[in-house]
Structures are given as structure tokens and as C-alpha cells.
Write a protein that binds this ligand. Structure first.
Ligand code: CP
Ligand code: NVA
Length: 303
């Protein structure tokens, strides 16, 4: 594995190894305190971030390395200079590039012209670091993730796609419950289904909440992703029946709740559930740092 752009780069063993390393990084931080000494990571952001920006910065620091944060104020990629020159320059100085971009194609171009690993920290189609943190969080509750039934609920988006891919690799059952007209991308689903078939997993989409009765974990995201300027009022009535609330937990019997955040309390999730006993949401946010450190160590060692 050289880069992490879609998640499909990983074999099942590599995904399990990343989760195991993430857990060890979390349990034994002192063991890894110098692993990235003398190394630098550039984190590039075309979009806003709280969790991703902070977890990469503090995460690299905990491994003894150094982060350079670049946002649009430093010149939008492809506008002040070409993406390929951006990548070629940065890879002369840095040991790894982490990038959050609008268009997945930007990452493909960066990967082509970078001599150091490129990690996707969210694009229009994927959010692989998030999904790996999510399965690390799930694996802290369930010994065998291949037996877990995970229901994503809401807009079929980058997070949904990455949950499908990571779930398929790990042999889990992942169902997306989406309002009509908001299903995940058909091509990404097809690719995830092929991976699931190899690993004994299952990928599906429905708009019926009844279909996730008996599932283990329910997962939420914002109804409107960054870059989508649809007015909330236009979609609110359609999405409200898909809110994560106590009624949903009672109906389905689901025991654990995840949400990638940012959460919109009272919309995609109620405060009662987000702050309640079923919520693993802040463990999940913490685990972003541990899994990303595992990903960086693995990719940078492989280089
Ligand atoms: N979940 C997530 O990626 O959060 P940020 O957008 O705040 O980084
Ligand atoms: N789907 C959301 C995820 C945010 C972490 C977005 O792209 O804005």
C-alpha cells in the first residue's frame, strides 16, 4: 500500500493490521513517541475541518514529527500553480501529504506527481480515514467486526461510500438507509459489492427504516455535505424521518450510535442520543487520531 485515496488499496489483512496498530498506538503512546522524529507531514485543506485538522496535527506531534498546515489562503491548488507542481514541490520537502479536496481527481493528480505517500482526508467521493476510525471504534465493542451489522442513515455521500468500502473489506454487513433521491453513487456501490463478495460482507441500500431492525450500530452524518449549497429548508421535511433519535433506537433495538460529526443537534441526531449511553461518538472522534497515526506509520514505513 503506497497511498490511501479510496480505501480500496487495502487488503483485509492490511485493514485488520491498521486497526490493531491503531489500538496499540492508543494503548501505548510512549512506545511510538519518536517514530516520526525528523519527519514532516503537509496537511492541505480546500474545505473546512475541525477533527481532521486537529487530529493530524496533534497525532503527528505525538509521534515526534512536524506538521505544516496549508489552506486556501496559501493559494488554491491549481489556481496559483498546477496541482502537479504543488505535489512535486511538496514531496521534495515533506515525507507525507494529507489532502482534503473538492474533487477526487485532484488527489489522483497529486498521487501521480508525488514521490511521498498521499492520504485522502475527505473528497467528494471518499473519507477513508473516517471509515477506518469508525471500524476501530466498532472493533472496541465487537471482537469480530465481520459479524457486525452497521446501518448508515441519511444522505448517501463520501462517508457512506467509505463505510461501504471498509465494511466490504472487513466482511461486515453495511446498509445505507437513504431518502429517495439520496442514494450513494451506483459505481462506488458496485465496486464495494465486488469487494464484499470476496470477503463475505454485504452492502445494500434501502429507504425503509424497518429494514435495519436488529442491527448493531447506527451511523449518522450531516444531511448537507460541504460544498452542497441546497437550502436546509428544501430537504428538511424529507430527511426528518431519518433522524437518529430514541424512537429509532427503540424501533430497531440498535445498541450503539456513531456519527462522523459535525453533528447538527435536533436535525440529523438528537442531543438525547448524542449525549446518551448508546453514543460512541466522541470515542470515534478520538480514534481518528489513532487510526491516522497507524495509517501514516504504515505508509511512511513502506516508502
Ligand atoms: N469528521 C470529520 O472529518 O470532521 P471535520 O470535517 O471537522 O474534519
Ligand atoms: N459528508 C460530510 C462529512 C464531513 C466530515 C461532508 O462531506 O461535508
Amino acid at each position: 500500500m503506497k497511498n490511501l485515496l479510496t480505501g480500496m488499496e487495502m487488503t483485509q489483512q492490511q485493514a485488520l493490521d491498521l486497526i490493531a496498530l491503531g489500538k496499540d498506538l492508543k494503548a501505548n503512546p510512549a512506545k511510538y513517541a519518536q517514530e516520526l522524529a525528523g519527519k514532516s507531514v503537509v496537511t492541505l485543506f480546500e474545505k473546512q475541518s475541525l477533527r481532521t485538522r486537529v487530529t493530524f496535527d496533534i497525532g503527528v506531534n505525538k509521534l515526534g514529527g512536524h506538521v505544516v498546515y496549508l489552506d486556501q489562503a496559501n493559494g488554491a491548488m491549481g489556481s496559483r500553480e498546477d496541482v502537479k507542481d504543488f505535489a512535486a514541490n511538496i514531496s521534495r520537502w515533506a515525507d507525507c501529504i494529507v489532502a482534503r479536496v473538492y474533487d477526487h481527481k485532484t488527489l489522483l493528480e497529486m498521487q501521480q506527481y508525488s514521490s511521498v505517500p498521499v492520504i485522502n482526508s475527505l473528497c467528494d467521493l471518499y473519507h477513508p480515514c473516517q471509515a477506518m476510525a469508525d471500524f476501530l471504534t466498532i472493533s472496541q465493542q465487537y471482537d469480530d467486526v465481520s459479524k457486525v451489522k452497521l446501518a448508515y442513515i441519511g444522505d448517501g455521500n463520501n462517508v457512506t461510500h467509505s463505510l461501504f468500502i471498509a465494511g466490504a473489506i472487513l466482511g461486515a454487513t453495511v446498509t445505507a438507509v437513504c431518502p429517495i433521491g439520496h442514494s450513494p453513487d451506483a459505481q462506488v456501490m458496485k465496486a464495494a459489492e465486488a469487494i464484499a463478495a470476496e470477503n463475505g460482507g454485504s452492502i445494500s441500500v434501502t429507504n425503509n427504516i424497518e429494514d435495519i431492525k436488529g442491527y448493531d450500530v447506527v451511523y449518522g452524518d450531516t444531511w448537507l455535505s460541504m460544498g452542497d449549497d441546497t437550502p436546509l429548508e428544501q430537504i428538511k421535511a424529507k430527511f426528518m424521518p431519518y433522524q437518529i433519535n430514541q424512537e429509532l433506537l427503540d424501533l430497531t433495538g440498535i445498541k450503539h450510535v456513531l456519527h462522523c460529526q459535525p453533528a447538527h443537534r435536533g436535525l440529523d441526531i438528537t442531543s438525547e442520543v448524542m449525549d446518551g449511553p448508546a453514543s460512541l461518538i466522541f470515542d470515534q472522534a478520538e480514534n481518528r487520531m489513532h487510526i491516522q497515526n497507524a495509517i501514516m506509520l504504515t505508509l511512511m514505513k513502506g516508502k
